[in-house]
Ligand binder design. Structure first.
Ligand code: G4P
Ligand code: NA
Ligand code: NA
Length: 191
């Protein structure tokens, strides 16, 4: 998506350790006009899919998912990160390892909001190692629901997540794929 790539080139900040900061328009302050175009693009890419729910994970995915959901006319469910998994059987749960934050989260979705009748579009802001997405796909599998596709705003193509997900035969659409970054020059190389 050219508009997004232009914005990343202009306002993205390359940090040491291959981290791309997009705080000024996506991850902290949010540019709603841009998010509207992102939502429209996800709808275009997944227009033939019978999506009944959009699934994301807190926190950064929520705003993006909500705006995209307006184009699909479906609810958003966000997986919650929690310290304490309740064991009453009312939730689907899985563990997600975060390499960036060096810890493991339990994530849950209530059984009330995802079930075997659902066709799910998963949306998230970043795809790096794919741990978050793997967790989300596990939650969908636990629910017996169908994954129609996965929409990512920024994929870090030099990390393993994209290959992992595509290798499972899932339809993954990333609006910008970053193949390299240079913290010294600030340059971002797109696929
Ligand atoms: P993975 O889920 O793809 O394996 O990613 P990883 O564990 O490495 O990333 C952990 C968190 O950092 C995720 O957010 C992910 O979206 C984010 N992230 C990864 N690489 C970058 C990057 O280059 N730039 C930015 N801005 N974020 C990155 P999270 O833990 O879900 O936190 P939240 O921000 O959604 O609350
Ligand atoms: Na995220
Ligand atoms: Na994030």
């Amino acid at each position: 998506m050219e508009l997004l790539k232009e914005r990343i080139r202009r306002d993205g900040i390359v940090k040491e350790g291959n981290v791309l900061k997009v705080d000024s328009f996506l991850n902290h302050q949010m540019d709603i006009e841009l998010l509207n175009e992102i939502g429209r693009e996800f709808k275009r890419l997944f227009s033939h899919c019978p999506v009944t729910k959009i699934l994301t994970i807190e926190a950064s995915g929520i705003g993006i998912a909500c705006i995209a959901a307006q184009y699909f006319g479906v609810p958003v469910v966000f997986a919650k990160k929690t310290q304490s998994v309740n064991i009453d059987g009312e939730v689907y749960s899985t563990k997600i390892q975060s390499f960036t934050h060096k810890k493991v989260y339990d994530v849950i979705v209530s059984k009330k909001f995802l079930g075997p009748e659902d066709h799910v579009l998963i949306i998230d802001d970043f795809l790096a190692n794919g741990c978050a997405l793997e967790g989300l796909t596990e939650l969908v599998a636990s629910a017996g629901a169908v994954i129609e596709g996965i929409g990512i705003v920024i994929e870090k193509g030099f990390q393993q997540g994209g290959d992992l997900i595509r290798g499972k035969g899932l339809r993954l659409e990333s609006l910008a794929i970053v193949d390299g970054m240079d913290a010294a020059t600030g340059e971002v190389i797109f696929r």
